[in-house]
Design a protein around this ligand. Sequence first.
Ligand code: GLU
Length: 463
Amino acid sequence: MSNVVTRFAPSPTGHLHVGGARTALFNWLLARRQGGRFVLRIGDTDALRSTPEFTRDILGALDWLKLDWDGEPVYQSRRLDIHRAYIERLLAQGRAYWCHCRPEDLETRRQAALAAGGKPKYDGRCRDVGLGPAPGAVVRFRGPEEGETGWTDIIKGPVSFAHQELDDLILLRGDNQPTYNLAVVADDIEMGITHIVRGDDHVNNTPRQILLYRALEAPLPKFAHVPMILGADKTRLSKRHGATSVMAYREAGYLPEALINYLARLGWSHGDLEIFSLEEMRDLFDLAQVGRSAGVFNPEKLNWLNAHYIKGTDPATLGDLVWPYLAAKGYARPPEETLAKIMLTVRERGQTLPELAAKADFYFPDLPEMEPAAAAKFLTAENLALLKELRGPLSEPGLTPQAFEELLRGLAAAKGLKLSALAQPLRVALTGRTASPGLFEILEILGPEKTRRRLEAVITPEI
Ligand code: GLU
């Protein structure tokens, strides 16, 4: 077992976004590839915006994606004492100080600095005054004023920030709550995190966190900042572009294998390969190969991958996955074997589970919904006469798809017709549409009773 420890640290202030899922995946791959540990830490310190529902959504989404974590999830809100102990240490070492500046005064001074053409950062008023705790007071980190802090990012390469750009960071807020940067560093140190892989919206936090590591004399982890996911218009992927949460993709009928494969390939490649199982990714993935530029979310490619994984799903499993969409229409569930046979006929005819359900819909009601144009074109008096002849033979019990084929070919030959001249009216009568899965399989699945009823329903009005 290696000593690599990665973590995924989502804040439960929203559903798990596909970008978050990709960050989780990269952390998972890095740890699993090297036989290390992958831990889950729920960043729920913002008591107002964090909810148990969002935590459940995140855990459920990771579970669905099969990104398993080691040990129990760690809840940051239960570790405030640890965070405060770190702040005490920094205070004791003189690396942090109490600041009594009131928010409204800070704002006035910030505006004045801006108006004078300066930087709107904390002016250091309390830095060397030696103040102690007081109601509403905050603790700030005593940041270096000169020089710079940098690191070699596994994805972005060398990055550095001049200390002049950095404020004296608040570590403890006026309401006695530790801040994000302090809590994350304290927990990452306590949990022995060796690699921090997160969205590149956190790049600005990294120099601040590195300064805290140094002040605390803790070994520095490696950092990798994963580029954002963009929509087709090159702005950050958001609800305006369609579904963004992992669970919304689940509901829309995507398979976890397809979403994971898609997210991995968004920004990472391995030769020309497109299809990767989680195990294959684990064996091949290398963070250093993740591109620096943001990936554009391409729904068509995701659909293509989804179709690929749907085709490879065994019919019985697929039946279980598609069934909820059909059950929602009030149909009774057919025997497992029949449902599996139905799936075999539609498995290659749709890109999502509801698309498969729509293709399979005609099997279930007593009579199919008839497309008027299809009926007008194919259910002519002449064709109905042919269907009438077929009604008896097609309603014989126990026929196989091969037997149906022979029967239809025989009748077509006897009438001097092409098979399609017979098959198309029959298809419309049985399915209500001109395009459907293979007719011989449909006949077998519908069975003699349903076939007879469907034929009679179209023939009778003409008689
Ligand atoms: N809670 C932060 C987020 O969801 C975690 C950032 C980090 O990984 O340090 O973006």
